[in-house]
Design a binder for this molecule. Structure first.
Ligand code: PEP
Ligand code: MG
Length: 928
């Protein structure tokens, strides 16, 4: 059986007895593994032990039953910790207190449970008072412990305790918690124990039943510890943790570790403090100290945003904290050199002595990720290849997100902390539920909260941006918003929020905003503005350009764009596309052109249809001309018409209603006859399963004018550009092919249509490649036959997913997927990240295609072409390029580079091997 309990920190002789390292994060969780690593490299970490993630899963799988030997193991580890610290839990003279914290393999900030000050009871509270000569501190710790234990471990409503605090303050005639004296806190502890007794069921907790038949607050530290560990294990499966895992693609079967660690007290007076910090600025990436601390406070107070914090750079100048502040700054450097990354730190200073409570690789915005990667490479700490692997490509999306347009007037009504960059515009809402409702109704909103808690996660996801009146840059709202890439302004003191009345007033003004009023926030400056500010998207410059340049040097997978109009073509070129992988020509039939295609479909005779066809062809020629011109010299894959024709006609239900209305109004008979004939034609075209019906290349056989008119338009546009001395490179693509005769015949039609134009214009067009979409399973498994008639394949993974899984792409995301994802029947949405089975079909299509036609060009143009995980799969399968929407082109460039660097299927051989060498790690001793 795997080792379940691992020690970290020093023993009673001062020798390090740490058993794990940073590499053990799947066993010890991120927190446990990094505590072990910090202890191992000699940083001041309070002693403790970690119970493994596997134990959590075994406990859960067994139906919340302790696996054999675990309780004994915890008892032994506790005794060992007591020996190492020279103190005992529950001791009436000099008690040891511990924290019990969760810590999963991947960071899930604030999602799971923590219990502090464990080990306090009616006896040890007196010991703590004696040791610290501070009765108030001891009783405050005890009442905090009872409150936290009752809420976190026993699930008692925290409002009951908050109400009791309010009553105590009222009785004492004071305004703040800090004004309650030792005696009043002692009385509060007694009240809290009473609340505990009244709210814990004797049936559920027979082990806590006392002499009076009611449950008593547990006095035995062993019982406290067992219950707390069980609660942390249980919190792995709570609703908000599950939601967070789903959103962040974290597997449900990893479990959380539990870290039991000697407490260090940041609330022992003015030479004590607690804080959180980053070794660089996580919002901008600047190399500067970043974080907050509070004198005389516990760590939770800093994150909870209850008191306004001090900036970390002032720590070394604060009387009594100077030495610890300087040591902390040294440790920033040590940690960066050791981990070779920007780190996030939690620390406590207890009476002048610094303790490190946590470190992990710091979460950062996309802009910061780029800057830090580029700077670390320049500082020689990481290689260029490592720098590329450090940036999450999905995060780059953030940089493509809007900023407030330059030069627009800002109607600033308040200012706060610039916690997460980017700008958001939306109607104010005051609860997570209202944010979700607004998003569902299609309304952009800004979530306004006093401070967010993990329960606000769904609302934060739904909102465009987050605005809080409290909390620092490391508060919950700030950390989570940065992780999500959402703009966030926090700590706006001037906002006085009345969430119940759904309104917020702005101090110093007469302004009162109600739910639905529109504001704009700038998470880069901390400004809050009234009304909707104009937004713009930034370009690919600075660090982004540097990183994308490095990515282009490394990647072997081409990146093209899906673009249907000249503006998108130009944009994709700016964003680095190397051609167009898909132009959906149906989009050119919308708007004003809808009328022409309707005339084509509804024509009464051949002449009418030919006239409409000619008009359509001329209209499309202009679009093709501009797109080919914008992409001069680069391949442009133009797909022949794909969707069922009824999509271009009026909705028959609306038309029937209109007809009935006209009849009841007594409209002229000819008009009624015309509408009835139209309705009959639409009915005749309607299908039960249009996605499996008259669409794709099938349309071209039903209406042979269509492929001809489209090819004529492409060929004429090409002739015009050639006459202007340009280098147009159209590729013509046939959609929804599954039989080799389909592509054979369609190719013939297209080639003859090209010749028509060559004859008409006298211009030789050279070879215009004709290829096909592979988007039906039969096409993938018969790709060798199809390749005989196709110069290229482009895998349409949207339809391939639809047809391989039998999931309607238009319905399944609302109807089937939510329950499948929730129940873990599917781990990912297969329309976002390519499904394994679909990938297998793509792989088969590539192999068969290449076998029949060596050198055939192979691409992907489904939505998956812009998804980083799918890009990795496509690279491994040997595709030549991916094609995605213009704004995802930068994401795809980076993801393609990462695929090259991390693929085992196609190992990376650097062009300049010296550059890829790992820099030597500085010896640790020299850094101290
Ligand atoms: C596809 O099916 O993947 C594809 C790109 O075509 P469309 O989305 O237009 O059906
Ligand atoms: Mg398709």
């Amino acid at each position: 059986m795997d080792k379940r309990i691992w020690r970290f920190g020093l023993d009673e002789t001062g020798a390090d007895v740490t058993e794990g390292t940073a590499h053990d994060n799947f066993t010890l969780g991120g927190k446990g593994a990094n505590l072990a690593e910090m202890a191992r490299i000699g940083l001041p970490v309070p002693a403790g032990f970690t119970i493994s993630c596997q134990t959590c899963m075994d406990y859960a799988r067994g139906g919340n039953v302790w696996p054999e030997g675990v309780l004994d193991g915890i008892a032994e580890a506790r005794a060992d910790l007591e020996r190492r610290c020279g103190k005992r839990l529950g001791d009436a003279e000099d008690p040891l207190l511990v924290s019990v914290r969760s810590g999963a393999p991947f960071s899930m900030p604030g999602m799971m449970d923590t219990v502090l000050d464990l080990g306090l009871n009616d006896a040890s509270v007196l010991g703590l008072a004696k040791q610290t000569s501070n009765d108030r501190f001891a009783w405050d710790s005890y009442r905090r412990f009872i409150q936290m234990f009752s809420n976190v471990v026993m699930g008692i409503d925290s409002d009951l305790f908050e109400d009791a605090i309010k009553d105590a303050k009222a009785a004492a005639g004071v305004a703040a918690d800090t004004e309650l004296d030792a005696e009043q806190l002692q009385q509060l502890a007694a009240t809290f124990k009473q609340i505990f007794s009244e709210n814990v069921s004797a049936e559920e907790h027979p082990e806590l039943v006392g002499e009076n038949g009611a449950c008593q607050f547990p006095q035995d530290p062993a019982v406290q510890l067992t219950l707390a560990v069980a609660a942390v294990f249980g919190s792995w499966d709570c609703e908000r943790a599950r939601l967070y895992r789903r959103q962040n693609n974290i597997a449900d079967d990893l479990g959380t570790a539990v870290n039991v660690q000697a407490m260090a007290f940041g609330n022992k007076g003015n030479t004590s403090a607690s804080g959180v910090a980053f070794t660089r600025n996580p919002a901008t990436g600047e190399r500067e100290f970043y974080g907050d601390y509070l004198v005389n406070a516990q760590g939770e107070d800093v994150v909870a945003g209850i008191r306004n914090t001090e900036p970390i750079e002032t720590l070394r100048h604060t009387p009594g904290l100077e030495e610890a502040g300087e040591q902390l700054e040294r440790i920033f450097g040590i940690l960066e050199n050791h981990y070779r990354d920007m780190m996030d730190i939690e620390f406590t200073i207890e009476q002048g002595k610094l303790y490190m409570l946590q470190t992990r690789v710091g979460k950062r915005t996309a802009a910061a990720a780029l800057k830090i990667a580029v700077d670390l490479e320049r500082e020689g700490l990481i290689t260029r290849e490592e720098a590329l692997l450090r940036i999450n490509p999905a995060q780059l999306d953030q940089l493509m997100h809007p900023q407030i347009a330059k030069g627009v007037e800002r109607n600033v009504i308040a200012r706060g902390l610039n916690a997460s960059p980017g700008a958001a515009v939306g109607a104010v809402v005051f609860s997570a539920a209202d944010a979700v409702a607004a998003a569902e109704a299609g309304q952009a909103c800004v979530l306004v909260r006093w401070e967010t808690t993990p329960d606000d996660l769904a609302g934060m996801t739904a909102a465009e941006g987050i605005l809080t009146s409290h909390g620092g840059k490391t508060s919950h709202a700030a950390v989570i918003a940065r992780g999500m890439g959402k703009p966030c302004v926090c700590g706006v003191d001037a906002l006085h929020i009345d969430a119940a009345a759904k309104q917020v007033s702005v101090a110093g003004t007469d302004l009162v905003l109600h739910e639905g009023d529109v504001v704009s926030i700038d998470g880069g400056t901390g400004e809050v503005m009234l009304g909707a500010a104009a937004l713009e998207r930034p370009g690919t410059t600075g660090d982004l350009a540097t990183v994308l340049g490095w990515a282009d040097d490394v990647r072997r997978l081409g990146v093209r764009a899906n673009a249907d109009n000249p503006a998108d073509a130009r944009l994709s070129l700016e964003l680095g596309a190397e051609g167009i992988g898909l132009t959906r020509t149906e989009h050119m039939f919308l708007g004003e052109r809808k009328d022409i295609i309707q005339r084509f479909i509804l024509a009464n005779n051949d002449e009418e249809r030919a006239a409409a066809a000619d008009e359509l062809s001329r209209a499309q020629e202009g679009d093709f001309y501009e797109i080919l011109d914008a992409m001069d010299g680069l391949p442009v894959t133009i797909r022949l018409l794909d969707p069922p024709l009824h999509e271009f006609l009026d909705n028959p239900r609306d038309l029937a209603v209109h007809l009935a209305h006209m009849e009841s109004e007594g409209a002229p008979a000819e008009e009624i006859a015309r509408l009835r004939a139209l309705l009959d034609r639409i009915d005749a075209l309607s299908e039960a399963n249009p996605m499996l019906g008259l669409r794709g290349c099938r349309l071209g056989f039903a209406f042979p004018e269509l492929p001809v008119l489209q090819t004529h338009a492409i060929a004429r546009a090409t002739v015009r550009l050639k006459r202007e001395g340009k280098n147009p490179r159209p590729h013509i693509m046939v959609p929804l092919v599954c039989l080799n005769a389909e592509i054979r015949e369609m190719r013939g039609i297209v080639e003859r249509a090209i010749i028509d134009i060559e004859v008409e214009t006298g211009v030789r067009l050279g070879e215009i490649p004709v290829g096909t979409m592979i988007e039906l399973p039969r096409a993938a498994v018969m790709a060798d036959r199809i390749a005989r008639h196709a110069d290229f394949f482009s895998f349409g993974t949207n339809d391939l997913t639809q047809t391989a899984l039998g999931f309607s792409r238009d319905d399944v995301e609302g109807k089937v997927l939510p329950s499948y994802l929730k129940a873990n029947i599917l781990a990912r949405n297969p329309f976002e990240t390519v499904d394994e089975g679909v990938a297998k079909l793509v792989g088969m299509g590539c192999e068969l295609g290449r076998a029949a036609r060596p050198g055939i060009s192979l691409g992907v143009c489904g939505e998956h072409g812009g998804d980083p995980d799918s890009i990795r799969t496509f690279y491994d399968l040997g595709l030549d390029y991916v094609s995605c929407s213009p704004y995802r082109v930068p994401v795809a460039r980076l993801a393609a580079a990462q695929a090259t660097l991390s693929s085992k299927a196609r190992p990376y051989v650097p062009l300049n091997p010296r550059r890829a060498e790992r820099p030597a790690r500085q010896p640790f001793a020299e850094q101290v």
